[in-house]
Design a protein around this ligand. Structure first.
Ligand code: NAD
Ligand code: MG
Length: 391
């Protein structure tokens, strides 16, 4: 059998490294085309050498000399910058992992779909920002998009062989994040260090903080609406502190299918890598008797205003998701920089949505990537202005 050609966008991150872990276990099975990263040049170069990639690309043009240096003598090409990321997405591949963090992941994923390449989508911002554009491109090119977010992979798996019209509801579970046991009154004081520790999952810094604020879950609710095409009132979330049940799908006959597994992203990545087959994966097996209990409870909206905002974004549709993602990224940057508090992030996002709604109206869908990038840019400026005004 010929080797499968794979590229990994965001190879140096948490999802990227887990993807590499799976691929490196079957080195003969894969031909690695492109690996991309941003600042961690040593890791990017050493993985490119280990996996014998054709090309390594850093998003940061200033780091091209360092990357060239690190790859000297290996025969592996080095490139840098946004255009180089798109060129890498043009290289023929059978499967691409989209694991850049943030809205920056959209353009390379969209470019890969143009070639009909199967897209394993970890970058949830792509769907929240431009779901219809992305999925339309996939349909037009006959390309498959596979969700890698654990909850969406779980829903996808529960839907195999089912009729989407028989789905009554989709329930996405949430761990509650690193601050779930803090008193609500103290949340305003939480620092990036406090919010950056997750009880169950080992993930990148940004998504871990988004878990504590539940902006991550808010994104996932919108992602669910976009990917599976179900109405917002059929999408729910429930707190499940053990992170063993990743999602549940309720059908019109009252049956509920749940997906269970250890909290290890290699499940969802491996499912997307092996799809439509299932193969052995090096993940822990769950032991229900040892787990003893699985708890579920409704999320408190005072603690997690992001969930309320997600509902409004889903109801509005159109460009609301793009504004939401951009404002959330800016608010997170400001929180990480110590400029605003943990609970201020939701206020900035909500005020950005209001301001952008007055400026451009949100319910009309963006039709092109350029429209999306323009709204993204304007939303970021709006959010920064609001942050400045707070000071
Ligand atoms: P991370 O921060 O660990 O890694 C991000 C990757 O993107 C790195 O390779 C980094 O070099 C690259 N990158 C950062 N900024 C970039 C830019 N401007 N241009 C190009 N590349 C850039 O993030 P992660 O936790 O691996 O998450 C990646 C994506 O997957 C996110 O969208 C996240 O929401 C999603 N996701 C992650 C997990 C998880 O367990 N980590 C689970 C579900 C979904
Ligand atoms: Mg998730």
């Amino acid at each position: 059998m010929s080797r499968r050609r794979v590229s990994i966008f965001g190879a140096t991150g948490s999802i990227g490294q887990n993807t590499i872990d799976l691929i490196a276990r079957d080195a003969e099975g894969y031909e690695v085309v492109a690996l991309t990263g941003a600042s961690n040049i040593d890791l990017l170069a050493s993985d490119a050498k280990r996996l014998r990639a054709q090309i390594a690309v850093t998003a940061d043009e200033q780091l091209l000399p360092a990357l060239r240096n690190a790859l000297a003598g290996s025969g592996i090409e080095a490139a840098a910058g946004e255009a180089a990321l798109l060129d890498a997405a043009d290289r023929p591949a059978d499967w691409i992992m989209s694991a850049i963090v943030g809205a920056a992941g959209l353009a390379p994923g969209l470019r890969a779909l143009r070639h009909g390449t199967t897209l394993a989508l970890a970058n949830k911002e792509s769907l929240v920002t431009a779901g219809p554009i992305l999925l339309q491109e996939a349909r037009a090119r006959g390309a498959t998009v596979l969700p890698v977010d654990s909850e969406h992979s779980a829903v996808f798996q529960a839907l195999v062989g089912e009729d989407i019209n028989a789905v009554e509801r989709i329930i996405i579970t949430a761990s509650g994040g690193g601050l779930r046991d803090w008193p609500v009154e103290r949340l305003a004081e939480a620092t990036p260090e406090d919010a950056g520790a997750h009880p169950n999952w080992d993930m990148g810094q940004r998504i871990t903080i988004d878990s504590a604020s539940m902006f991550n879950k808010a994104m996932e609710l919108i992602e669910t609406k976009e990917f599976f095409g179900v109405a917002p009132d059929r999408i729910e979330t429930v707190i499940h502190p053990q992170s063993i049940v990743h999602a549940l799908v309720g059908f019109n006959d009252g049956a509920v299918m749940a997906h269970l597994g250890a909290p290890d992203m290699r499940h969802a990545i491996g499912y997307a890598l092996n799809y439509p087959e299932r193969r052995q994966l090096p993940v822990d097996r769950i032991d229900l008797a040892q787990l003893a209990k699985l708890e579920f409870h409704a999320p408190c909206v005072t603690r997690y205003p992001a969930l309320r905002i997600a509902r409004a974004v889903m109801e509005t549709g159109g460009q609301a998701g793009c504004v939401f993602t951009a404002a959330k990224e800016v608010a997170l940057d400001a929180f990480l920089a110590g400029r605003i508090g943990f609970m201020d992030m939701s206020g900035i996002v909500e005020a950005s949505l209001d301001a952008m709604s007055s400026k451009i109206g949100l319910s009309n869908a963006a039709l092109t990537l350029e429209d999306v990038l323009q709204t993204d840019h304007m939303s970021r400026q709006t959010a920064w202005t609001l942050i400045e005004q707070k000071r």
